[in-house]
Design a protein around this ligand. Structure first.
Ligand SMILES: [Zn+2]
Length: 450
């Protein structure tokens, strides 16, 4: 089966490099692309078993890559739910279904930044081993964090593990945890370099919670084993220090100042701005009852950060698209494309540049540079046959009906049998007594008093 050829004919190829669409055929053999050109058919060996896909009127794109997901979270409404309502075995089973939603959205690869339990490693191995269908993935383990950091403030204990977080304080704890995660099989070590302040200060964004020496220790320890390091950095100092320490990729990198920008540019550290979560909250918050003040804070994070991120991009820093899918604001399968839209509308990229960020550049998060994310001979055959013109209207990529075919590793995904959309699981969601407080005034105002 994997020895057969597939010839994709008559399509307009968007090769992922940022080049304009060109009329080409694509010949696939096993999991790889073997030829791209108008003469691809002539490269079929005589009498070779092969199938053909007529891509007339369609674009042929590389499979898209989401460089910032949380596949094991299952769309929690709150940190309370995420930290206290997940179970290991069930989280892994649910993640296996959610991964199929990502794949059917045209995202044939993703990076799972951090996970509850060891779900990321187990899911990756299950997909690679052929147990279940899913996108190709790389994964971190639990995020390294100290008890000050993170986006959970006092919900974090002083030590131990909670949710996706492993609390470390001393150099010995840092080294031991990295060794343990590498033994487990992670692809990346992730550090929460900045976190929400308990009492907000004057600096925009979060507060830095790690010293430069601690960040260097993380890099030295992980790099010894060839494992890259990624950081969550939502202020200038944390972004600067992560880049100085030798981090291989930075998530968010918002609120950079000139100093942080210079270090990032000097070292060409790939950045994953991850604006989809903020954009969804800012634009669609009213639909889900989000706090007005919170919406303004998140909109400001985009408007105050696009200038420096654009400057980094213009100076040659790779920008990757990550959607932060996995929260109630970013359900799996729905919003992965939206980061490309934000790149076009807020960062001023062309649609083809945004597609490059989501394909050729995204290969960096998958550790497959040079063999993933482009339509070129020798590259992995992750391909989309797409009915539309995403080089003109980037939001078309959010319309799943436009995907005529999705191919991963040279094999077509069965788009006729979608995975279940929702489920009821005992104890999985936070249950509330009520949405509002039952005051006497409320009862009186509704005329319910008796
Ligand atoms: Zn994240």
């Amino acid at each position: 089966m994997s020895d057969t050829y597939t010839l994709i004919k008559n399509g307009m190829v968007i090769d992922g490099t940022g080049s304009e669409p060109t009329r080409c055929d694509v010949l696939v053999h096993g999991p790889r692309i073997v030829h791209v050109g108008t003469d691809a058919a002539t490269h079929l060996p005589v009498d070779a078993a092969h199938s053909e896909i007529d891509a007339s009127g369609c674009r042929v794109l590389p499979g898209l890559i989401d460089s910032h997901c949380h596949i094991s979270f299952d769309q929690p409404n709150s940190n309370d739910e995420l930290f206290f309502h997940r179970r290991y075995g069930l989280a892994a089973l649910v993640a296996g279904v959610n991964a199929q939603k990502v794949l059917r959205a045209g995202f044939t690869s993703f990076f799972d930044a951090d996970c509850v339990f060891d779900v990321g490693v187990d899911l990756r191995d299950a997909i690679e081993g052929g147990v279940i269908e899913g996108p190709r993935m790389t994964t971190g383990g639990n995020v390294l964090i100290n008890c000050v950091g993170g986006t959970a403030t006092r919900l974090l204990p002083d030590e131990g593990t909670r949710g996706y977080a492993r609390i470390v304080h001393t150099p010995a704890e840092i080294v031991r945890e990295i060794h343990k995660q590498i033994k487990t099989g992670v692809d990346w070590i992730k550090v929460h370099v900045s976190g929400l302040p308990i009492r907000p200060g004057k600096e925009p964004g979060e507060i830095s919670t790690w010293t430069l020496d601690e960040l260097k220790l993380v890099c030295d320890t992980a790099h010894q084993f060839g494992i890259p390091v990624v950081g969550h950095c939502r202020n200038a100092a944390s972004t600067r220090d992560a880049a100085l320490a030798g981090f291989d990729m930075i998530l968010h990198a918002t609120y950079m100042d000139d100093e942080a920008l210079k270090v990032v540019v000097d070292r060409k550290v790939p950045l994953v701005p991850t604006f989809t979560f903020q954009a969804n909250l800012a634009d669609y918050g009213p639909a889900i009852g989000s706090d007005e003040g919170l919406r303004e804070v998140f909109r400001a994070e985009i408007t105050e950060s696009v200038g420096t991120l654009r400057a980094a991009y213009d100076a040659g820093v790779p920008l990757l698209t990550g959607s932060e899918s996995g929260f109630s604001l970013t359900p799996y399968g729905d919003w992965h494309y939206r980061e490309l839209q934000v790149f076009v509308e807020d960062l001023g990229m062309t649609p083809l540049q945004a597609i490059n960020s989501a394909t050729e550049q995204g290969a960096r998060a998958l550790k497959r540079e040079g063999e993933l994310g482009c339509i070129k001979p020798g590259y992995l055959a992750d391909l989309l046959i797409f009915d539309g013109e995403p080089e003109k209207v980037i939001t078309q990529l959010g319309d799943q009906h436009r995907f005529r075919h999705i191919m991963k590793d040279g094999k077509l995904v069965d788009l006729t049998s979608p995975p279940p959309k929702n489920w009821e699981l005992p104890g999985w969601r936070v249950s509330e007594y009520s949405e509002r407080v039952l005051t006497r005034q409320l009862v009186d105002s509704m005329g319910l008093a008796r």
